[in-house]
Design a binder for this molecule. Structure first.
Ligand SMILES: CCCCCCCC/C=C\CCCCCCCCCC(=O)SCCNC(=O)CCNC(=O)[C@H](O)C(C)(C)COP(=O)(O)OP(=O)(O)OC[C@H]1O[C@@H](n2cnc3c(N)ncnc32)[C@H](O)[C@@H]1OP(=O)(O)O
Ligand SMILES: Cc1cc2nc3c(=O)[nH]c(=O)nc-3n(C[C@H](O)[C@H](O)[C@H](O)COP(=O)(O)OP(=O)(O)OC[C@H]3O[C@@H](n4cnc5c(N)ncnc54)[C@H](O)[C@@H]3O)c2cc1C
Length: 615
């Protein structure tokens, strides 16, 4: 059994090469996911409820820059559950669940990510052989981005344009073997490799995949919703977008992921702000904690409130997702558009807000926030990717806008689904709600503005429920967080409120005062509020945010781990004696060591034993 976590000679990941990072990621992943397999053998997790277990591992410090096995759990298996028929699930799920096959999800191409109806990969049915022929007609048709595909996965879900009897029926999903299960060599007709270094998530092993008239059995088309019969007859799905289900699921999961990252970042920044003393409030006094500055509180406290708002929203969204999916199983598609719009909106808003908040947490820590050892730059790299993957945020918000406009247009003719019922209220009051500087008044104001209400009303709803089950003291603090979140966004979106509501200048001024008063009221509980996230030091992996507050000692301890400090003469592209800095940087950039060999050595050393259950 491999030890829990090994790094190369005690050198932190930041100092590993691209190839060493990959080996580290594979080794940590097989150790981590061997635990999932053990828990499954002991009946402690199952294919229908592994989100928390796998989520905990993927969000842990062991896999802090992602995992080459992440897509296997996050999209490959959910796609089989969501789009394969029973016979196909019986064939593929057991092997996927015990990791004797490792999968990815290949939808995006070099030429298309958003406009998936424009994907170019083709799957043409050959009735004579009862096979589909997969082909990449152009370079832009190459799949580009799928996680784990570079050197790790041997299967993947491929999204391609389905042709049968000379007619195109749009995009459908296929399960495709891309590597030999014994040798891990790419199969004939498959071109595959990794796409190279990225801003973050460099342990995910994102890859490219091209097909050269590659044949698969007809039964490898995922046929839960649409089918192609042996003679090539196409049987269409009840709803053209049921094949988009895997994307909806991941958008829901991403909201949970943002809670994890935002809680970590604001814990690090708030604890550091309690330790850091800088400047004097009055000459001659001792330097004060930077957490006492209102400007610092303005930067951080709304992130504490947002972490709670997103957690409540994520739980509510997960309940809605499960409700709607149960209805889909019974053939009731009525709430599918609402779920799609909700998942789009909440994925876009929580990722954009989390990226902005994490960056603000980094900036709030001054120079020490710029250190990799603070964990804030890494966290920013992780969350900013989420603004792009699983649907670029702009595009997803446009989907929500489309749904809201359609709903509003049918206001009098159609019963409203739960999350948009507020539109009736806004319409009934003919958009001239009286303004009140209360939480309810602000939410009503936003209902009029419309775009933000879904997070606000969900959050507010849950807090009402919470007030019946918490102590008066905690209730007061939680209401302060609600107040803070509402007044913060009212001031942030003042232009909309001034445009659409009768808020007066006097009320804006008292709103500002109320906001600062709320910051002051929250200050005494700020550290306690982030402690309540209960994130252990091993989860934070941060010199600034450790529980004991020994910031400076930890910064120095980490600095001394740099190999450059250990051996001042160590060779480096920037410090080489011959001064050929630019030539060396280009030479390094052109190597992509993982592509130098068709099968990376980690397959035989770690991955194959893991997949054969021998680890
Ligand atoms: C259980 C295990 C979980 C493990 C735990 C993990 C926990 C934490 C760890 C990690 C967290 C997550 C890490 C995530 C890593 C993910 C890596 C990234 C993977 C990817 O990026 S995969 C590729 C993603 N790609 C996209 O999202 C593409 C975006 N584009 C689109 O979705 C579509 O092109 C579009 C929606 C923008 C447009 O589609 P189109 O067909 O053109 O439709 P329109 O013509 O615009 O018509 C819209 C019409 O269709 C309806 N509709 C659209 N999409 C859906 C849908 N998904 N579902 C239902 N309905 C849909 C829409 O409502 C309109 O209907 P109308 O006509 O108005 O009635
Ligand atoms: C870290 C990471 C991991 C990923 N993992 C996977 C994976 O495992 N599997 C997979 O299949 N894909 C994966 N992807 C790809 C990801 O899904 C796409 O990058 C994403 O869908 C965006 O598509 P795109 O890159 O083509 O950008 P584009 O869609 O080209 O967007 C570029 C710009 O154009 C704008 N734009 C595009 N369309 C419109 C429109 N209709 N209206 C207005 N503006 C528009 C966008 O807003 C954006 O500003 C990953 C991406 C990243 C960053």
């Amino acid at each position: 059994m491999l030890s829990k976590r090994e790094v190369f000679d005690g050198v932190p990941e930041e100092y590993l090469s691209h190839k060493e990072r990959y080996e580290n990621a594979i080794r940590n992943s097989v150790v981590a996911f061997s635990l999932v397999r053990k828990m499954q053998e002991e009946g402690k997790t199952s294919i229908n409820n592994y989100r928390d277990v796998v989520g905990g591992l993927l969000g842990s410090s062991v896999l802090r820059d992602g995992s080459p096995l992440g897509l296997h759990y996050i999209m490959f298996m959910p796609a089989i559950l969501n789009q394969a028929n029973e016979e196909q699930q019986e064939k593929w799920l057991p092997r996927a669940w015990n990791c004797s096959i490792i999968g990815s999800y290949a939808q995006t191409e070099l030429g298309h990510g958003t406009f998936i109806r424009g994907l170019e990969t083709t799957a043409t049915y050959d009735a004579a052989t009862k096979q589909f022929v997969l082909h990449s007609p152009t370079l832009t048709a190459y799949k580009w981005w799928p996680g784990g595909l570079g050197q790790t996965a041997n299967y993947c879900i491929v999204v391609a344009q389905l042709y049968t009897k000379g007619q195109c029926h749009g995009i459908h999903s296929f399960i495709i073997q891309v590597r030999d299960e014994e040798t891990h060599m790419p199969l004939p007709g498959i071109k595959i490799g990794e796409i190279g270094a990225k801003l973050g998530l460099n342990a995910v092993n994102n890859g490219f995949l091209g097909f050269d008239n590659y044949r698969i059995p007809r039964t490898n088309m995922l046929m839960k919703h649409a089918q192609v019969l042996e003679d090539g007859t196409y049987v269409k799905s009840r709803h053209s977008k049921l094949n988009y289900g895997a994307m909806v699921f991941v958008r829901v999961v991403i909201v949970f992921d943002m809670v994890n990252y935002l809680s970590k970042a604001v814990t690090i920044a708030t604890r550091f702000s309690a330790v850091r003393r800088q400047c004097q409030l009055k000459a001659g006094e001792t330097e004060c904690q930077i957490l006492d500055y209102v400007t610092q509180q303005h930067k951080l406290f709304v992130s504490i409130a947002a972490a709670h708002a997103f957690r409540i929203t994520a739980n509510k969204l997960w309940l809605t997702f499960n409700e709607v999916n149960e209805q889909l199983v019974e053939g009731n598609l009525q709430r599918l558009p609402e779920l799609h719009a909700l998942a789009c909106c909440l994925k876009a808003v929580t990722t954009a807000d989390t990226a902005a908040c994490v960056e603000r947490c980094r900036l709030a820590c001054g120079g020490h926030g710029y250190m990799m050892s603070s964990s804030l730059p890494l966290t920013y790299g992780l969350v900013t990717a989420a603004c792009t993957y699983e649907g670029e945020n702009t595009v997803l918000l446009l989907q929500t806008a489309r749904f809201l406009v359609k709903t509003y247009q049918q206001l009098d003719s159609k019963a409203l689904t739960p999350t948009v019922a507020y539109l009736k209220t806004a319409a009934a009051e003919r958009f001239c709600v009286g303004w009140s500087n209360t939480t309810e008044g602000i939410i009503r104001g936003f209902q009029v503005v419309a775009m933000r209400v879904i997070i606000m009303s969900t959050f507010n709803e849950e807090v009402q429920e919470m007030s019946r089950t918490v102590s008066p003291q905690l209730k007061e603090v939680l209401h302060q967080l609600v107040d803070l979140y509402c007044t913060y966004w009212a001031l942030e979106k003042l232009s909309d409120l001034l445009l659409y509501t009768p808020i007066s200048q006097k009320e804006v001024e008292s709103l500002r005062l109320r906001y600062e008063e709320t910051l002051t009221n929250l200050r005494p509980n700020a550290v306690g509020l982030v402690d309540a996230f209960d994130l252990r030091d091993e989860m934070l992996q941060s010199t600034l945010g450790s529980y004991d507050g020994r910031v400076y000692e930890r910064l120095m301890e980490e600095a001394m781990k740099s190999p450059l400090n250990a051996e001042p003469m160590l060779q480096s592209t920037l410090g080489s004696y011959d001064g050929r800095v630019y030539e060396r940087l280009m030479e390094e950039a052109m190597k992509s060591p993982l592509n130098a060999e068709p099968v990376n050595y980690t397959f035989h050393k770690y991955l194959k034993p893991f997949m054969q259950g021998k680890l």
